[in-house]
Design a protein around this ligand. Structure first.
Ligand code: RP5
Length: 176
């Protein structure tokens, strides 16, 4: 089984955040790999990874880093695969990593998710894979319909909350 998604992180200190991406891909039965590589500490290994990923069958790269987060951009500069960047909250509430990852020069995009947005990175990678894989597309539809059910349930719970001045509404319309 060769990995379709590659999760790369700058350090194992990023793992508590990136575990959410791994758990989601695992639940969705999407083969993935996970390794630590650093644009600053292991530049040669980052280059070898980025240049070889497509040939190994990887379709999407999720790259996470904190602080002066060069990793996603450096990978994107060396592959035609889509790269999803996850800014890790370390210093400065993650703003340093967010800006480092999102502010890429024209021609070398990194699809940047929220600070610590590992789950969304994994969902976005699934959406990319679903474009060309019917089984993954079916599982993605099921996952998305689960999100609808979550809000349906939330509204059932909120309907039970009673206040003297609370008017019962359905989607912003007064219930008769
Ligand atoms: C970044 O520096 C890593 O992605 C990590 O978020 C941060 C700190 O790394 P460690 O000093 O914990 O290894 O490159």
């Amino acid at each position: 089984m060769s990995p379709l998604v590659s999760i790369i992180m700058g350090s194992t200190s990023d793992l508590p955040v990136m575990e959410k991406a791994a758990a989601f891909l695992n639940e969705q039965h999407i083969p993935f790999e996970m390794q630590a590589l650093s644009a600053h500490r292991t530049p040669a290994e980052v280059e070898a990874f980025a240049r070889g990923a497509e040939q190994r069958g990887v379709k999407v790269i999720i790259a996470a880093a904190g602080m002066a987060a060069a990793l996603p951009g450096v990978i994107a500069a060396q592959t035609a695969l889509p790269v999803i960047g996850v800014p890790i909250k370390g210093m400065l509430d993650g703003l340093d990593a967010l800006l480092s990852i999102v502010q890429m020069p024209p021609g070398i995009p990194v699809a940047t998710v929220a600070v610590n947005g590992a789950l969304n990175a994994a969902v976005l990678s699934m959406q990319m894979l679903a474009l060309t894989d019917a089984d993954i597309a079916t599982r993605l539809k099921y996952y998305k319909s689960g999100l609808v059910q979550k809000i349906v349930k939330a509204n059932e719970e909120l309907a039970k909350v009673k206040y003297e001045w609370k008017v019962d509404t359905i989607r912003g319309i007064n219930k008769e």
